[in-house]
Design a binder for this molecule. Structure first.
Ligand code: MG
Length: 456
């Protein structure tokens, strides 16, 4: 009897040791939830007075909330190209928004996060809005993702001529679909027009299934939500007929989705092996009024290089690794995720292309300051602003003479987050240094741009 107990105890110790070794050696899973047009102020934990986002707030409580985190463009496609390649959008040739008429996309020669992680045999999935080229050579399955489910571009593209696309009316009708946008699985269109009311729920179910099916090996789940980009649609249980509540209802469903993903990770028993990132592709679409979000207290929103266009909410959770309940003012950006994930997974960075992103792993684990002390704000191919430390310099140029500088404004962000007090006249040395920094960087970047993918 004694021997049996001793054997059982030894077996249990051996078993837990093997599990410990397996977990210690296993590289972490990465889940990136990427909202579309969600503003800096659009979460309870970022101070929104009325929006209810309990699951996003839970990410902040169980992980770290970043106050100075950026997307690389104030618009969709360019922002996504940067996140996935770790490069400034201009280097990838995708600086604007792709439309269904375009014959271009993310060049197959680019190396995405999914391809980087494939070196360590990750399972990879893209579930949601792609927007980096809808033609076969540019789709997620051609860029390192094992599977893809979602819309190839924005949900307000492919308008059906003659149909009423008034956003209040569409919201109130529940069934109107005046956009003929396709839903795809891998390279095949499976539904057209995509039934947008059920899109967030169906993408969530796909994500939950992917996590459940890949609990035994490292995985990368990239989940770029279609919404809260307009038009807004939700499932019945989140619906409120008042169009003034459309944005809150849509965000409530995305928040529910976050809760489902977190629950799936827990149920799969991989919570401690999984780094979850939640962020947004650009600022809120203010022109859409109550169908758009808020960047408060930042200035402006989508399409702008003021902070409201490019500073985005960012939450990261990894139990036991990333400090819980912490607010970090360290600088970071979405294109830093590629080198950060590569470092955490123990794989090499692509050698053939310049990677602008920096490895933030030690910073997010709370061990070091951020290696990122500067950030360049591009709108299209034009450099409009630069930040170094607390100072941000805006360089306004005439549209037809980009080599000229028309006006200069300098803001001290920690004391003036809303970019209201121009301090250029008081700080000529800083203006001079930042202007030189911006000019030199712009020249370097423009001398090493890569070709956009094209089927011509
Ligand atoms: Mg967007």
């Amino acid at each position: 009897m004694k021997e049996t107990i001793r054997f059982a105890a030894l077996a249990a110790i051996a078993c837990s040791f093997l599990t410990f070794v397996a977990n210690a050696e296993r590289p972490p899973n990465f889940v990136v939830i990427f909202a579309d047009d969600q503003g800096y102020g659009d979460m309870g934990c970022y101070g929104h007075p009325t929006l209810k986002t309990p699951n996003m707030d839970r990410l902040a409580k169980e992980g770290t909330r970043f106050t100075d985190f950026y997307s690389l463009a104030p618009i969709c496609s360019a922002s996504r190209a940067a996140l996935l390649t770790g490069s400034y959008p201009l280097r990838t040739g995708i600086t604007g928004v792709l439309f269904p008429r375009h014959q271009i996309g993310l060049n197959p020669d680019e190396t995405t996060i999914a391809e980087v992680l494939k070196q360590a045999n990750y399972a990879t999935a893209c579930i949601g809005k792609w927007h980096l080229g809808h033609l076969p050579p540019f789709l997620p399955t051609a860029h390192g993702f094992d599977s893809y489910y979602g819309l190839p571009y924005s949900n307000d593209m492919d308008p059906i001529q003659g149909e009423n696309r008034n956003l209040d009316r569409v919201w109130q009708s529940r069934t109107a679909l005046p956009w003929n946008v396709p839903l795809m699985r891998n390279e095949i269109i499976v539904e057209r027009p995509a039934q947008q009311q059920t899109l967030t729920r169906r993408c969530t179910e796909e994500a939950v299934r992917f996590i459940r099916d890949h609990a035994n090996r490292p995985f990368f789940l990239y989940m770029p939500h279609t919404m809260p980009h307009v038009p807004l649609y939700v499932e019945d249980e989140f619906y409120d007929p008042d169009p003034q509540q459309a944005y809150a209802a849509t965000l409530a469903e995305i928040d529910w989705s976050v809760g489902q993903v977190l629950e799936a990770i827990e149920e799969a028993g991989v919570e401690e092996q999984t780094l979850v990132v939640y962020t947004s592709d650009n600022g809120p679409w203010l022109g859409k009024k109550h169908h758009g979000g808020s960047a408060l207290p930042l200035r402006s929103g989508k399409f702008s290089t003021y902070e409201g266009g490019m500073r985005v909410p960012c939450l990261m959770k990894w139990p036991g690794k990333i400090p819980a309940g912490k607010v970090s003012r360290e600088m970071g950006a979405t294109f830093d995720l590629l080198p950060t994930f590569a470092a955490l997974a123990g794989v090499e960075l692509p050698k053939e292309n310049i990677i602008d992103g920096k490895d933030l792993s030690k910073m997010i684990l709370g061990k070091k300051r951020s290696p990122r002390d500067r950030f360049f704000y591009y709108r299209g191919a034009r450099l409009e602003a630069v930040r170094r430390g607390p100072w941000k310099l805006h360089l306004r140029r005439p549209r037809n003479r980009p080599e000229e500088i028309r006006s200069i404004n300098l803001y001290h962000l920690p004391s003036d987050i809303g970019e209201q007090r121009d301090e250029a006249a008081l700080n000529p040395e800083i203006v001079k240094e930042l202007t030189q920094l911006a000019t030199a960087f712009d020249q370097e970047l423009k001398s090493s741009v890569r070709e956009v993918g094209s089927i011509d």
